[in-house]
Design a protein around this ligand. Sequence first.
Ligand code: DGY
Length: 330
Amino acid sequence: MQKTQQALPRVYVTRRVPPEGLKILRQSGMCNIELWDSDDPVPRQELLKKVSGVDGLLCVLTEKIDAELLNIAGPNLKVVSTMSVGYDHLSRDELKKRGIRVGYTPDVLTDSVAELTVALLLATSRRLIEAVNEAKNGGWGTWRTMWLCGYELSQSTVGILGLGRIGVAIAKRLKPFGVKRFIYTDVAPRPELAAQIQAEYVSLDELAKESDFLAVCCALTPETQGICNSALFNKMKNTSIFINTSRGAVVNQDDLYNALTSGQIAGAGLDVTVPEPLPTDHPLFELKNCVILPHIASATIATRNAMSALAANNLLAGLKGEAMLKELKL
Ligand code: DGY
């Protein structure tokens, strides 16, 4: 009798992901992989064409996985695995409705994001970018008593908006700088996490009023969209530093611009903006007290490889109908 060979599941990978992830997928021998082999995002029309009939999708945060895409993908699609901890690019309701499982990549990027957040905080509070430019461009006249003075962490209060693994990792790194007090707010107190850093739960109002450094670490959800707006900035100290390494849309950028230009707050460090990339003629780029990075918080070679490996393993587990290492609850 002739054996019928079952076709391998089809997987579309929407970006040239780091080699460890691709190696895992290829060596598994359990799927046919098609890859958008580029560092730049796959154009939407091409993506829609490619997802038709696939069993699995490995994507990054630039791809919107919404009803339109899922309808085109069709009923074969069992698993979407995103190489990111953030999942605001995924329509969770639409995925849930179709019974599609979702993998994501928390934990493996916690250290690199926390490290970058500390670097951005210090670059902003100690005015490093301004200082480098002054040194290079002839602004360095002589040693002056108050020139390029910034704000120090010693004896400060650090506020965390959204306490999760990353917020805890940031606080642990900041503690040795002599921070006096950690405070945080979230939808509810998180006593176990807070205990690791002796952080006190406060209201959003108190967080704004009392923080010398305010670090945004929350996920972007309908509830957190635009939560950092004039109402928040108006309560902050005019010596305070605002840092965002989560998602740009948690901040109302016009309100932030006003807070920075009016002196309502002292400075801001942003690794994320709306849109990304932020156009080079955006007014925020003109401000000396605003340090803007191009979304690099998790950008270390080790972390990006770990993210791609985890995303690949999540995808394979989903295809096999097994438990994923990190599955998003829908
Ligand atoms: C994420 O994973 O969501 C970060 O923003 C990029 O690493």
